[in-house]
Design a protein around this ligand. Structure first.
Ligand SMILES: Nc1ncnc2c1ncn2[C@@H]1O[C@H](COP(=O)(O)OP(=O)(O)OP(=O)(O)O)[C@@H](O)[C@H]1O
Ligand SMILES: [Mg+2]
Length: 465
């Protein structure tokens, strides 16, 4: 596309240069002829002498020559010999119109290796200045790109050369270097590969983590099977203990697999907005009831308080049940023995209030918004919020930004016992994003942690909580 445009522009330029030159020569001849005719008339009638006539002719010739030379300097830039005036600064000029049409950063280099044209995207990336025509080697650091440019300048390249450019840690670009026919310029188009590379790395990290997490219980299971078949074959008394551990490990494996399936289901439905009318109040009350037994087992009081009116949202019931259950089960799991877990919820007039209610209630706490809700433009949108507080050890500040990352566990880094898969909060975060909601955490060491979520409500209502 760009080659064709540049070639057409170049041919048009050559034509207009020829026409302008012809006009200048014609004007020069007409001017001199008029002067000569007037002088001849004056000479014949005896009004002036031969010497005066010759002097006047020389003066007229000088004026005509000055006009001829002067008219060359007022030619429009597009009429200059190579399409770029010799003293022109680079930038988005006439010659770079095709570059402007490119959605990617693009620039052109002349055969003296100077950058002579670029579009706005390239201007930002290469920090170019409209007033100077820098040498490519002063702006470009990548040896592979410089050598591709050199090759394109010194040998005609038919197809664009593609080179990868490392532009710093975790940043990769691909440069397409071509030499459009007849232009005397090299065209470089840059393509940002960073998002693709990042996605590929995230995918491979995820697979590595998931395989590692699955291998741990599997190794334990196969170890016990070996033991029961070999050294402990006749030690029937130990079998009961082994089978208990095996049951725990296989339960852990099946929980991991169901969490992974949940995550992948949520991710695949991310583009489809939830459509059902759901009552959050009902979900919280039934979710808490389902976890009552787990709380009792650990000697933990589970207190639920909030409005008894329905809290209607547009959402996916199964997903919102997972949010509530994950947050309450975490609170029970990490709460100190005999402590209390408090679940509160209610309406808020807008997301600012909802976030404050959900995650900014304790004085002097460390706070972090883990997911910012996407607000619709216009006046504040009413929201429903849920807050789950525990009396646990609290979470150290440096862990806060990473909560919600898949497989991230803080107790692991403290050398504690691994108690979960590290997928619960990632699931919560994904579900809240799917509901255009938000998520926050606040924590005070040795006092406890509180996780809060909020999402748009179906209708405005004053909080009765
Ligand atoms: N209420 C809490 N108090 C203290 N730490 C918490 C709390 N909730 C989560 N965490 C920390 O965040 C980490 C991630 O939580 P997440 O729910 O994602 O995983 P998990 O509970 O370990 O496993 P599961 O996937 O079974 O839920 C936990 O391992 C824990 O270290
Ligand atoms: Mg959890």
């Amino acid at each position: 596309m760009s080659d064709a445009l540049i070639t057409a522009a170049h041919k048009g330029t050559q034509k207009s240069v020829r026409r302008a030159t012809t006009l200048r020569i014609r004007d020069f001849i007409v001017l001199i002829s008029c002067f000569a005719a007037v002088l001849l008339l004056l000479l014949v009638t005896g009004s002036i002498g031969v010497i005066e006539a010759l002097a006047a002719l020389i003066a007229a010739g000088a004026v005509a020559a000055a006009y001829y030379v002067g008219s060359a300097t007022v030619l429009p830039p597009s009429a200059a010999a190579d399409g770029v005036p010799a003293n022109a600064a680079p930038g988005p000029s006439t010659a770079s119109i095709p570059l402007k049409a490119l959605p990617l950063p693009a620039f052109e280099i002349d055969l003296d290796e100077r950058i002579v044209a670029f579009n706005a995207e390239a201007e930002d990336i290469l920090r170019l200045d409209n007033r100077v025509r820098p040498r490519a080697s002063t702006v470009i650091r990548s040896p592979s790109l410089l050598s591709a440019i050199d090759k394109a300048i010194h040998t005609q390249v038919d197809a664009p050369l593609a080179v990868e450019v490392d532009a710093g840690p975790n940043e990769t670009w691909r440069a397409h270097v071509s030499r459009p026919v007849d232009t005397g310029r090299v065209l470089i188009v840059l393509e940002d590969l960073t998002p693709l590379r990042r996605a590929a790395r995230a995918r491979s990290d995820f697979i590595a983590n998931a395989s590692h997490e699955l291998r741990t219980p599997l190794t334990a299971l196969s170890g016990f099977i070996e033991t029961m078949r070999g050294p402990a074959k006749d030690d029937k008394e130990s079998w009961g203990r082994f089978l208990d551990i095996m049951a725990v490990e296989s339960e852990r494996m099946s929980r991991l697999i169901s969490d992974l399936l949940s995550l992948s289901r949520i991710e695949s439905s991310e583009q489809v907005a939830p459509r059902d009318q759901v009552d959050i109040q009902n979900i919280i009350v039934s979710g808490a009831a389902a976890l009552e037994g787990f709380a009792d087992e650990r000697g933990i009081r589970l207190e639920v308080s909030g409005t008894s009116d329905p809290l209607l949202v547009i959402g996916n019931r199964d997903e919102l049940i997972q949010v509530v259950e994950n947050l309450i089960s975490n609170a029970i799991k990490y709460c100190r023995k005999d402590g209390a877990v408090r679940v509160t919820y209610g309406f808020a007039t807008d997301t600012v209030e909802a976030r404050a209610r959900a995650g900014q209630a304790w004085e002097g706490s460390e706070r972090m918004t883990l997911l910012q809700s996407v607000n619709r433009p216009g006046p504040g949108e009413p929201a429903v919020w849920v807050r789950v507080e525990d009396e646990g050890p609290g979470i150290e500040r440096q862990h806060l930004p990473r909560l919600g990352e898949r497989f991230y566990r803080t107790d692991q880094s403290r050398g504690g016992k691994i108690t979960g898969t590290g997928l619960g909060l990632a699931i919560v975060k994904h579900i809240m994003a799917h509901h255009r909601g938000g998520m926050a955490v606040e924590t005070v060491m040795d006092k406890g942690s509180a996780f809060g979520v909020w999402l748009p409500a179906m209708r405005a209502k004053t909080d009765a909580a």
